[in-house]
Design a protein around this ligand. Structure first.
Ligand SMILES: O=C(O)CCC(=O)C(=O)O
Length: 250
């Protein structure tokens, strides 16, 4: 099933959409609990990936950290949006999460992955699409993502250290929904002025000809590969590797 003309238009023109009711209350609870536990364990064993002056934490490589995360890889409510933006052969670049703790401050905008290294004008078609799966209601107070609608059409990178653009919006959206956006939209997590952590799962995808940030093909656990459906196998990137006929003969 594809997405509606209105949704296509919103993605083309504004560069983002919010997909409602993707995760159930139970799923939200289970993911939150598991992520907070993983975050704590990674802090204890000193492998934690901290940012934003230690008030932000990424828990990465989720597909290798529990079967429950595999459900995100080819979720039927979200796949049509990635397909529309990136083509039917799109692939996963990372499956990670971002926890923004109380007292985190607003940081500078960025655009995603290789776009930040590309010369301007940036490509006018989507190369990367990001999706944040909200594990609490996002508000302007609790770290809701800050973004500049339609900024993908500027074909420019935000200046380094730019924190505010006059056209910025702070995301307000319900837990269980997915905020999906063109990776060329200028964006950043917001500061968190509440007493609760703000948590998002992040499923970040790209066109099939782009190098993935996580090397799923070599580092997925064998049991994760065994459980993959053909669609998931393609999304992990196995189908877009150099062709065997092109390997050296001696
Ligand atoms: O967690 C957020 O609100 C933003 C995440 C982000 O900037 C990213 O995944 O590139």
């Amino acid at each position: 099933m594809g997405i509606s003309t209105e949704q296509q238009q919103q993605l083309d023109e504004l560069g983002y959409t919010v997909i409602p009711d993707v995760l159930s209350e139970t799923e939200i609870m289970v993911y939150r609990k598991r992520l907070l536990k993983l975050a704590k364990l990674e802090q204890e064993d000193k492998t934690a990936n901290m940012h934003t002056e230690n008030k932000g934490q990424l828990v990465r490589w989720l597909v290798n950290k529990g079967e429950l995360f595999e459900k995100l890889v080819a979720h039927p409510k979200v796949v049509p949006y990635f397909e529309y933006m990136l083509g039917p052969d799109y692939i996963l670049s990372t499956l990670t999460s971002n926890i923004i703790s109380p007292e985190a401050k607003d940081g500078p905008y960025h655009i995603d992955n290789a776009l930040g290294q590309m010369p301007e004008p940036l490509p006018s078609f989507p190369m990367f699409v990001n999706s944040l799966w909200l594990l609490n209601d996002f508000t302007p107070e609790n770290g809701g993502t800050r973004f500049v609608p339609a900024s993908h059409r500027r074909l420019k990178k935000p200046s380094p250290n730019l924190i505010y653009d006059p056209e910025e919006v702070r995301l307000t959206a319900k837990k269980g929904s997915v905020f999906l956006f063109n990776g060329a939209i200028w964006h950043a997590a917001g500061g968190n002025k509440t007493t609760e952590p703000r948590i998002a799962l992040i499923c970040f995808c790209c066109r099939s000809f782009i190098k993935q940030m996580f090397d799923f093909v070599h580092y997925l656990k064998p049991e994760v590969v065994d459980r993959a459906t053909p669609e998931m196998y393609r999304i992990y990137g196995f189908d877009s590797q150099p062709m065997p006929t092109d390997t050296p003969k001696d």
